[in-house]
Design a protein around this ligand. Structure first.
Ligand code: PRX
Length: 632
């Protein structure tokens, strides 16, 4: 085993040679002629001239050696079902869905919105898009109609794929009424909607001519063969919307070749997942972790991937560990919130099962606090690796890479910059490099490595303006996170530099939630801040000014308005954005130039000193918040 620091150094100093080597981990139908074209900074084109296909690498490539090995194991504790698909079966399913999509008019480059629960068909649909060169955009099933409509209007899909419903804690959540509402709101709805019926909504409404029944169409395409389209390395593979500081989510666009190589390299050097082994990632296909490490990464590596529909504590807090035992899971990937939930339950659940197959547990998505890190590492008796990345990057930015070197873990630290990333900690004021233990902006010197976003869908200018504009004197990519590096070179992430919230590992923009709150007819103005929460990391808190204050005359009417506002957020954005409380005031704390003092509100709500308030227009605004906070 070599040293990781040498490995990382080589990935930057001998960039082309390094990535040419990693590119051998995937199949190229036509070899690339140039490793990187960086003639138009900050846009990077990886493996120029090469042709490949992610679905081919994830499925077809394994047929000869492992056709009968399980590729996908679906376990649902929601509907009490389990299904296994070998690589051969997955190949047949994906070809059929690809043929179904083509029969509905989908061609290379078309967008397909996938709005589905955690069922195998969602995975087939993603792979089918990749197969024919359609660009999927998976929208998390927890998003409500208005959010879905905004994504539809941006992506302009030719097709939408959905299901009659999902299930949470044994309760059916019907998707179709929501989808119908989103399509009514959308300015450019897709011509066709393909619907997989799980039997959760016997009275599901159908729009003739538009809605297509999955099972019926599948019957007509039984045994279909649908070849992979050979795509240029830099063609778009998918769009995934993510929240930023504005109300309008950004479509993170990814390529084909760079993404395939980055995932293959991460499976080998970071996750240590080899062909024939099993990976269990507890995320959802609607998030980037689901894209990279439920679907594409493990399959590219020839592993068996577990897709789990259910909660971590149902039927009991041992359910995940039972899966690890029964499926002989080798690599597991989860989020800190889930571990904090498990920590509240009897630790004997961890001792009850045979976890000997497990090599590592990886955690990401939000800060991993030291006590939680320590608790799970000791309870499991296995290395627990905190690693840090973003929807934008698609794969880890900071991590240890046990496939290269077993560096010791420090609790609460995602260790070191991943190979390919020229990561810097830059002082906010002048972009100078920060010293040890000095809080600074986590930045990446471009070109971004393979696998990272190539642009914002349909908006190159927004890509540059959003991510590369933090410093006027340096062209660097800002992660919008604060971080520090200690004297041993270990990194720690301290939270966002912008107004992005992280609720249970789910990323939400304050603007998005504010727009949802303001959709209530009696809200004149509002501010949303993220407030520390012991379980979920952060929770949104809304401060609102009512148009008609008579609706707040007594406690009962105040509580009613608060409830209505929360329901409005559920309807507009989804329950994941619901504030933990709505505090009503008569004015928001603002500077004299009209900027809302979100940081001061946040500090008050977290019991901290609100800091310098010399610019505040009316100090009584904060007093009102202080008083309202005292009541919750
Ligand atoms: O603030 C960082 C936080 O989550 C953000 C990215 O969220 P998302 O786009 O949903 O991608 C998640 C991919 C794992 C980051 O900007 N974050 C992610 N991982 C960590 C983290 N914060 C601290 N420690 C982490 N390990």
């Amino acid at each position: 085993m070599g040293s990781y620091s040498d490995f990382h150094r080589r990935s930057l100093a001998e960039r082309d040679a390094f990535w040419s080597g990693e590119a051998e981990l995937v199949h190229w139908q036509r070899p690339f002629r140039q490793v990187l074209d960086y003639s138009r900074p900050p846009f990077a084109r990886w493996f120029v001239g090469g042709q490949t296909n992610i679905c081919y690498n994830a499925v077809d490539r394994h047929l000869a050696a492992r056709g009968d090995q399980p590729a996908l194991v679906w376990i649902s504790t929601e509907v009490g079902a389990e299904k296994r698909y070998s690589y051969r079966e997955l190949h047949a399913e994906v070809q059929r869905v690809a043929a179904m999509m083509m029969s509905l008019g989908v061609t290379r480059g078309d967008r397909v919105i996938i709005y589905m629960p955690m069922i195998p068909e969602a995975c087939f649909a993603m792979l089918a898009c990749a197969r024919i060169g359609a660009v999927h955009s998976v929208v998390f099933g927890g998003f409500a109609a208005a959010s879905l409509a905004a994504r539809i209007d941006d992506a302009k899909p030719a097709l939408m794929v959905t299901a009659d419903g999902g299930s949470r804690a044994g309760k059916a959540i019907l998707y179709k009424p929501l989808v119908d509402e989103a399509l009514r709101l959308a300015k450019e709805p897709p011509r066709k909607v393909l619907i997989f019926k799980r039997g959760l909504d016997p009275d599901m409404p159908v729009t003739p001519g538009r809605d297509v029944d999955w099972a019926e169409l599948a019957k007509r395409h039984h045994g279909a063969q649908q070849q992979c389209a050979w795509l240029e390395s830099d063609e778009p593979s998918y769009i995934l919307y993510t929240s930023g500081t504005t109300g309008k989510p950004k479509g993170v666009q990814r390529d084909v070749g760079g993404y395939a190589v980055a995932l293959a390299a991460s499976m080998k050097h970071i996750y240590c997942g080899g062909a024939g082994e099993t990976m269990f990632t507890t995320s959802d296909i609607g998030w980037v972790v689901g894209h990279s490490y439920i679907v594409y990464g493990p399959l590219i590596a020839g592993m068996t991937t577990i897709m789990y529909e259910g909660l971590p504590i149902r039927p009991d807090a041992g359910v995940w560990w039972r899966i690890v035992q029964d499926q002989r899971v080798n690599v597991m990937f989860s989020a800190p919130t889930a571990i904090r939930v498990l920590k509240k339950h009897d630790p004997s659940y961890l001792k009850k099962y045979d976890l000997s197959s497990l090599k590592h547990l990886f955690l990401a998505g939000e800060p991993l606090d030291e006590p939680t890190h320590k608790w799970i590492a000791e309870a499991l008796g296995k290395p627990v690796i905190d690693h840090y990345w973003q929807t934008e990057t698609g794969w880890p930015i900071l991590s240890s890479a046990p496939g290269v070197e077993n560096t010791p873990v420090k609790y609460g630290s995602p260790s070191f910059p991943v190979f390919g990333y020229d990561l810097k900690l830059l002082r906010e004021a002048d972009a100078a490099e920060a010293g040890p233990n000095e809080k600074a902006v986590v930045a990446i010197v471009p070109p971004l490595p393979p696998g990272c976003m190539t642009t914002v869908w349909g908006d190159d200018e927004r890509f540059v303006r959003t991510y590369f504009n933090t410093f006027s004197n340096k062209l660097v990519y800002s992660t919008f996170d604060w971080g520090i590096r200690d004297e041993d070179g270990y990194h720690f992430i301290l939270g966002r530099t912008d107004d992005v919230l992280n609720v249970a590992g789910h990323r939400l923009g304050t603007r998005e939630i504010e727009e949802a709150v303001s959709a209530h007819s009696n809200i004149a103005e509002c501010a949303v801040v993220g407030v520390a929460d012991a379980l979920k990391g952060q929770m949104p808190l809304a401060i609102a000014v009512a148009k008609d204050a008579s609706k707040l005359a007594d406690e009962a009417s105040r509580a009613k308005l608060e409830r209505e506002v929360m329901e409005t957020v559920d309807r507009q954005l989804g329950a994941i954005g619901r504030p933990k409380a709505v505090l009503f005031v008569t004015l928001l704390p603002k500077t004299r130039s009209g900027k809302t003092l979100r940081r001061a509100i946040q500090a008050l709500a977290e019991g901290r000193d609100p800091g310098d308030l010399t610019t505040i227009e009316d100090p009584s605004a904060l007093e009102q918040i202080r008083a309202a906070l005292g009541k919750i």
